[in-house]
Design a protein around this ligand. Structure first.
Ligand code: ADP
Ligand code: MG
Length: 457
């Protein structure tokens, strides 16, 4: 393991990384950062959750000229959600210096406010290809000072069909610049993209999948109509801290979440039909520990970066066995043990066999009777509050934290994740302090203003 001290970074950068709990580099960071800092091109492959954002982010931010109010780095991501996640991570890393401006430019939100944030010139733009292309074509974004371009999750961008957009965007970036290409896989089209846009790119391949990952896998037989009850039984027995449940259809997601909710398990369903705001809210509540069960389809779960997922449940076995590996690969990360439960309906034996063939395993499906649920119910440890103010109305995480720990007298250790979006924010509070926090947030002013606060349970 190597520490960040091994790199030529400023003291302020290293101290801030320390406060984020980043004491050691992850393998992809250790191998990429020296090249990124040098200004070299890089082609890096590492699985989801391996710390790729910081692997380019620390380099971008270190090399930034903060006094120059021009876009100096452009990070392109396949989806709005991923772009938002990258922006959040970059902002955390950027705390080592004042006044670094990071702008997100994604589709699905109004164009004009973006235009005005661009006019105020961010240092770093994070966005999705389509919308970036639009801004460039309309002349509302200028990339003449870009020194680094990042293609994050490049394989997925090509899957979605963004190759042409990327080509267009490249035309607006100065000839000499650094291109960093990150991808979870290295299919041929990625290599083509690299040869087309990169010069002498260093290649970094980190695949820790084999050594560190411990995922315990269990298969249970269940009749189709018994699956919801069996799922509840698994949850009651294992009491996982966080669970992602996969269903094959949207309809099933919704009805399972309802069923579990009725059984006393706080659960949310995420599927393609939701409004962006609802999606964001669901993800916030899941990742801050206030709603520990998320029911999703494969499509909706794509690109969700949820670290520390303790359990995956396959309510339905996937139609393709590769998908099984992707699903269960979301747990057991960073050396922690994960659990994967799969329900096998009668007539689905062949699916289990395919999985066994693909993985070289010999799992058998057991009877659910093995599981003995405990009757004791436990509420999620955290409660989420939403506040109708965000970055665009100058409400920052520090303001919310201040309002809670100041007059309200709530210990900082009881305050969990704070997520500030453009026009609204979320804060997670330990359950025992939730009533106190609710009073404080709705009665007291935050930064001199009253906000509408909702408690989500
Ligand atoms: P990827 O892009 O490879 O999927 P992310 O960049 O989203 O991964 O990082 C996954 C998680 O790991 C994030 O929650 C991030 O804050 C955390 N992380 C990144 N680097 C480190 C580090 N050096 N030490 C501890 N945690 C880290
Ligand atoms: Mg990433």
């Amino acid at each position: 393991m190597s520490t960040f001290n091994a790199l030529p970074l400023t003291k302020a950068m290293i101290e801030n990384l320390d406060t984020l709990g980043y004491h050691e580099m992850t393998p992809v960071q250790a191998e990429s950062l020296p090249h990124v800092l040098q200004g070299d091109d890089l082609l890096a492959q590492a699985k989801t959750g391996s710390g790729k954002t910081a692997a380019f982010g620390i380099g971008l931010l270190h090399n930034l000229n903060v006094k120059l109010f021009r876009v100096q780095a452009l990070v392109i991501c396949p989806t709005r959600e991923l772009a938002e996640q990258v922006a959040v991570e970059l902002r955390r890393i950027a705390r080592f210096k004042h006044n670094i401006k990071i702008v997100t430019i994604c589709g699905g939100v109004p164009f004009l406010p973006q235009q005005s944030s661009l006019e105020h010139q961010g240092h770093i733009v994070v966005g999705t290809p389509g919308r970036i292309e639009q801004h460039l074509k309309r002349g509302t974004m200028n990339l003449d000072n870009v020194t680094t371009l990042v293609l994050d999750e490049a394989d997925r961008m090509l899957d979605i069909g963004f190759a042409d957009s990327i080509e267009v965007i490249m035309g607006y970036v100065p000839k000499t610049h650094q291109t960093l290409l990150f991808s979870a896989t290295f299919p041929k089209p990625i290599l083509k993209l690299s040869t087309r846009f990169q010069k002498n790119a260093h290649r970094v391949i980190v695949d820790a999948e084999h050594e560190e990952n411990v995922i315990r896998q269990y298969f249970y037989k269940s009749k189709e109509d018994q699956k919801p009850a069996v799922t509840a039984q698994i949850l009651a027995t294992c009491k996982p801290a966080s669970t992602l449940i996969f269903c094959n259809t949207k309809l099933q997601c919704r009805s399972l979440a309802k069923f579990l909710e009725a059984k006393g398990f706080s659960s949310l369903a995420i599927h393609g039909d939701l409004e962006q705001k609802d999606r964001t809210e669901i993800l916030v509540r899941f990742s801050n520990g206030s709603s520990p069960i998320l029911v999703a389809t494969d499509v909706a779960a794509r690109g969700l970066d949820i670290s520390e997922l303790s359990t995956v449940i396959n309510f339905d076995l996937p139609f393709e066995s590769e998908v099984y590996i992707h699903r269960i690969g979301r747990t057991g990360r960073a050396g922690k043990e994960g659990m994967a439960f799969s329900l096998m309906a009668p007539g689905e034996r062949f699916r289990l066999e395919e999985i066994n063939t693909l993985m070289g395993t010999a799992f058998e499906a057991s009877d659910i009777k093995e599981l003995e649920p405990s009757t004791e119910k436990s509420a999620p440890p955290m409660v989420t509050f939403s506040i109708n103010g965000g970055r665009k109305t100058r409400l920052r995480p520090g303001d919310i934290l201040g309002a809670l720990t100041g007059d309200a007298g709530i210990a900082g250790s009881c305050v969990g994740k704070i997520n500030c979006f453009e026009f609204y924010s979320y804060v997670a509070i330990e359950r025992k302090m939730a009533d106190k926090a609710e009073k404080a947030l709705s009665k007291n002013k935050i930064k001199g203003r009253h906000f509408i606060v909702h408690r989500h349970e």
